[in-house]
Design a protein around this ligand. Structure first.
Ligand SMILES: Cc1ncc(C[n+]2csc(CCOP(=O)(O)OP(=O)(O)O)c2C)c(N)n1
Ligand SMILES: CC(=O)[C@@H](O)[C@H](O)COP(=O)(O)O
Ligand SMILES: [Mg+2]
Length: 629
């Protein structure tokens, strides 16, 4: 490890003699594998970008020259080379380094990423700023083939391609993988470019349409071109100077090519071909399995997971989807490139004709579902809460406004842990609740999640069911596809003085807190339509009301209760417990929930702090203060 230990910044990389760059890359890959196997994290994408990272920091004057990484999950080598090698053991842990680039973590992290396909837009902004300020820096966007499938990437290409005098380089890291195998026409196009068919086709076209002397010239060019690259139409049509495809693991290709490109003006597009998992055979063979890993022994590889004691909500969804598909042939399942994460592997196997992975294209996923619903199909859009933010206008404008029958299965609702603030599903209750026609449910356990999915699916309009990342509470599962009464909550425990109105994942800790306080606990189930009668009943029979949700307090479920009380003219002390108005960084999800008071102890403490000991069994006689104003 003697070379890597000398690297505290990219300047140290640039000071190395050229012949030491390949050994450095080898050491970097070994360090990466060792470190991630101990902490967990994104592995196969990082293994695939070792050489590209070394070459970029060697050729460009970082951080003056800006690198924007897309999705940003492949930046561990970048972090190691930019002074964070000794912090890699804290990766994605509370107060540790992020798994994605973060501006407040390092000057070399020029743009915070993690949601895909933002890099070209951001790099273009940086390039334009440099031009306006008369600065000669380069702006480089490194974007994967999966991330290239998002519309935002093409919005940026379209805009950049007509700005001829900027220093912008887009590097397409083409490993022919998303998380799952990539989908769509772009992947086929890139495969053609890589396979050389394009080159061969160009050669044949030359022979068939060129007259004598010009054909002779073409033949000479062809000989010359064999060692070069064949311009690809699409990226050139967007106004970029296209170079590639070149081997993204060969420093002897990467470095001179980047050095040449550095001398060019105007938008440049370099197509590099890499292998996801490069250099670690097990990851090369199974890049999906090694996309996001837990801790494992690299000598043995990731062991098949032993059946967990409790089912995950993702598994509940995946099983429900297959069960409902068997029952209803109008069901179609849609995922924006998250087949594994959303639990749809079995559904694809069993219902391939009704399974649609649309690529990293959340906007399209939602409106594609709307189109299906117009024709009487029953689309289920399986989408992480955070990624639905990408398809928000499509949900409002294309689904809710037309009151179309689309079901949204919102996984990763609430805090997600290691991925941190960019992936937290904290806002869906707030951003959905204000949309007319929406039904919004929050599952309190695995069985209720199944029932809510059925309820939402059978509801003839737009419905969202939110559930957290990870395992449930171990609830017994009913196999029947049963529904729950629309808009109705339920009392989980009867107490006095204090009533806790809990939503979704907060029901279980609220029941524990309620027991210690002698409080009543309601599982509200629906954020919309809210069970207003239950709210009124609890207000009439208790002195104090508390709402608890794993979502932003602002505009969330508690706000719905407050609005209902106000609408009914009921004045009652109300404490709203939920996620505060700040971004919550990465860390262990249990510790994160505790840090914001969203566990039983925290809920109890907040209630005691606000209402004193009113909650002790018995407590004051219930008083109803009605605003007769
Ligand atoms: C908007 C958005 N949707 C989905 C994801 C989840 N996601 C993370 S990485 C990834 C695949 C990215 O593929 P690619 O860009 O080719 O990078 P690779 O992993 O192949 O290096 C996806 C879908 C995301 N980060 N952002
Ligand atoms: C980088 C990215 O966005 C995905 O890989 C994400 O990290 C998946 O999250 P889960 O691990 O919760 O499925
Ligand atoms: Mg890829």
């Amino acid at each position: 490890m003697n070379l890597l230990e000398k690297i505290d910044s990219p300047a140290d990389v640039r000071a190395l003699p050229y012949h030491q760059l390949t050994p450095l890359a080898h050491e970097l890959r070994a360090y990466l594998l060792d470190s991630v196997s101990k902490t967990g994290g994104h592995l196969s994408s990082n293994l695939g970008t070792v050489e590209l990272t070394v070459a970029l920091h060697y050729v460009f004057n970082t951080p003056e020259d800006r690198i924007v990484w897309d999705v940003g999950h492949q930046t561990y080598s970048h972090k190691i080379l930019t002074g964070r090698r000794n912090r890699m053991h804290t990766l994605r842990q509370l107060d540790g380094i992020s798994g994605f680039p973060k501006r407040d973590e390092s000057e070399y992290d020029t743009f915070g990423t993690a949601h895909s396909s933002t890099s070209i837009s951001a790099a273009l902004g940086m390039a334009q700023a440099a031009k306006i300020k008369g600065e000669s820096r380069h702006a480089i966007a490194v974007i994967g083939d999966g991330s290239m499938t998002a519309g935002m990437a093409f919005e940026a290409l379209n805009n950049a391609g007509v700005q001829d005098d900027i220093n912008l380089l887009v590097i397409l890291n083409d490993n022919d993988m998303s998380i799952s195998p990539p989908v769509g026409a772009l992947n086929r196009y890139l495969a053609r470019l890589m396979s050389g068919q394009f080159y061969a086709a160009a050669k044949n076209v030359g022979k068939s349409v060129l007259p004598g002397p010009v054909l002779e010239l073409a033949k000479r060019l062809e000989e010359h071109a064999k060692g070069m690259v064949v311009p690809a139409t699409m990226f050139e049509e967007f106004g970029f100077n296209y170079i590639g495809p070149i081997d993204g693991h060969d420093l002897d290709s990467l470095i001179p090519t980047l050095q040449n490109i550095k001398q060019l003006k105007g938008p440049q597009f370099l197509h590099v071909v890499t292998k996801k998992g490069q250099g670690y055979k097990l990851a090369e063979a199974e890049p999906v399995l090694y996309h996001g890993t837990g801790k494992f022994n690299p000598a043995e590889g990731i062991k098949p997971a032993t059946a967990p004691a409790k089912m995950t909500y993702t598994e509940v969804f995946g099983n429900w989807l297959c069960d409902m598909a068997a029952f209803d042939n109008k069901l179609v399942g849609i995922t924006p490139a998250m087949r594994e994460g959303s639990g749809m592997v079995r559904f694809e196997q069993e219902y391939p004709d009704r399974y649609f992975d649309v690529g990293i294209a959340e906007q399209h996923a939602v409106t594609f579902g709307a189109g299906l619903a117009c024709e009487g199909m029953k689309p289920v859009v399986a989408i992480y809460s955070t990624f639905l933010q990408r398809g928000y206008d499509q949900l409002v404008h294309d689904v809710a406004l037309q009151n179309l029958d689309v079901t949204f299965a919102l996984d990763r609702a609430g805090l997600v842990g290691a991925d941190g603030a960019t992936h937290a599903g904290n806002y869906d209750l707030a951003y959905l609740r204000c949309i007319p026609n929406m039904v919004i449910m929050a599952a309190s356990d695995e069985n209720e999640c199944r029932q809510m999915l059925t309820t939402g699916y059978r509801y003839p309009g737009p419905a969202a069911i939110r559930y957290p990342r990870g395992a449930g509470i171990g609830a017994a599962m009913q196999q029947e596809l049963t529904t729950i009464p629309m808009g109705k909550g339920e009392i989980k425990r009867q107490g006095a003085s204090i009533a806790i109105l809990a939503f979704g994942s907060m029901v279980a800790p609220s029941v524990t807190a309620g027991a210690s306080l002698g409080a009543t606990v309601a599982n509200m189930r629906f954020v919309k339509p809210l069970d207003v009668e239950l709210v009124k009943q609890l207000a009439a029979s208790h002195d104090y009301l508390v709402t608890v949700e794993e979502g932003a307090i602002m505009g969330g479920a508690g706000a719905a209760v407050a609005e209902a009380l106000a609408a009914e003219g009921i004045v009652k002390p109300l404490l709203m417990i939920g996620l505060p108005d700040k971004f919550i960084d990465h860390g262990d999800p249990v510790k994160l929930l505790s840090s914001v008071g969203l566990d039983a102890a925290g809920i109890t403490a907040s209630i005691k702090q606000r209402f004193g000991n009113a909650g002790n069994a018995g407590g004051d006689e219930p008083r109803l203060v009605v605003n007769n104003g």
